[in-house]
Write a protein that binds this ligand. Structure first.
Ligand SMILES: [Zn+2]
Length: 346
């Protein structure tokens, strides 16, 4: 190494780069872009195959908190209940406390509350967006990670659990017994707020079986690209000190400090990072700016706001770990999510 390079600094940099996650803290670049919606009559149609991960696992549910700060920056915190329903999550706890507060508190509760998605490996067979892309950026024929909404998961679950009529493991089989999933995205009619939402209800598994490639070697090559789903979710995790910082910046830390400290979250005594109270005007004018893009596409219509009876003080006691049935739907209406959808549509 020459004198022009500071070896120590380079070693530090190398370490930093080695430990760097391939996502920007939110998502991996390999995540399939959320399908776009067609019209109320003509769906946009996408086709692909769900595939098991290298350990043979199929897909997983995860919970997260995502909301926009006053300065319009986005916050993402993986919910600890992703791993075990009994886990303590400071954001879930703050949500419960805010729901008992005044109107502003309730509004904030809706913004920060837990949301749900599923993630699995997805071999893209057909993506109509390829038509506008250069050959080297087309996604058809490639392996992606698909973070999909509960609406679509219902379709998979039905095939898996209906032992008489369901397609069972065929929906994950890359070989000639496998079946593609056809995602048909319509637009809903305008709701009373004038919003249009994607409607996935016509999506279905293919009635015919097919292999995703014409030789075992090619299928093996595709399977080798599949991503370990547990690892993928772990990479979304937010370190505890970062969670504390985020909660301080949102003035939520004091609400839950005592219990959070008991749970191993440390308050280092630092002041919250100053944030601009005023939204940046120029950011609004140019929604294409990367920092103004929501890090996560919300793609489900949100029901009207309900009483938050489902942010339980008592966690469901006898729920199996992975199937929190009483889990509140992530789609109780709130303006933050409307905003998200709006931005996602831009
Ligand atoms: Zn949570």
């Amino acid at each position: 190494m020459s004198k022009w390079i500071d070896k120590e600094l380079f070693d530090d940099f190398q370490k930093e780069k080695t430990e760097e996650k391939d996502s920007d803290g939110f998502r991996s670049a390999n995540v399939w872009a959320t399908p776009e919606k067609g019209t109320t009559e003509n769906p946009k149609v996408y086709e692909g195959r769900f595939l098991p991960d290298p350990k043979g696992k199929f897909y997983k549910r995860f919970y997260y908190h995502m909301w926009q700060s006053a300065d319009e920056s986005w916050n993402f915190v993986l919910c600890n209940k992703t791993h075990d329903w009994k886990n303590y999550c400071p954001l879930c706890s703050a949500t419960q406390k805010l729901f008992k507060g005044d109107d502003n508190d309730v509004k904030q509760a809706y913004a920060i509350k837990r949301k749900e998605k599923f993630v699995g490996n997805w071999f893209v067979v057909k993506d109509p967006r390829d038509a506008d892309k250069e050959d080297d950026s087309k996604v058809s024929g490639t392996l992606k990670i698909y973070e999909f909404p509960a609406k679509l998961e219902q379709k998979l679950k039905k095939e898996i659990t209906d032992k008489r009529e369901g397609y069972g493991a065929e929906i994950f089989d890359p070989g000639e017994d496998g079946r593609n999933f056809i995602i048909r995205v319509l637009s809903t009619k305008k709701d009373k707020n004038g919003k249009i939402w994607p409607d996935y209800s016509n999506s279905s598994f293919s009635r015919s079986r097919s292999a995703i490639a014409d030789s075992d070697e090619k299928i093996d090559a595709i399977m080798k690209e599949c991503v370990d789903i547990d690892e993928y979710i772990n990479n979304l995790s937010t370190p505890k000190p970062k969670v504390v910082d985020v909660m301080k910046a949102e003035f939520l830390w004091d609400l839950i400090m005592d219990e959070a400290v008991n749970q191993g979250y440390e308050d280092d005594g630092s002041e919250p990072e100053p944030k601009d109270e005023e939204p940046k005007a120029e950011a609004k004018e140019d929604p294409k700016e990367p920092e103004d893009t929501p890090p996560w596409d919300e793609d489900e219509p949100k029901a009207e706001a309900e009483e938050p009876k489902d942010e339980p003080k008592d966690e469901p006691k006898d729920e199996p770990k992975d199937e929190p049935k009483d889990e509140p739907k992530a789609d109780n209406g709130d303006s933050d999510e409307d905003l998200l959808a709006e931005l996602a549509d831009m």
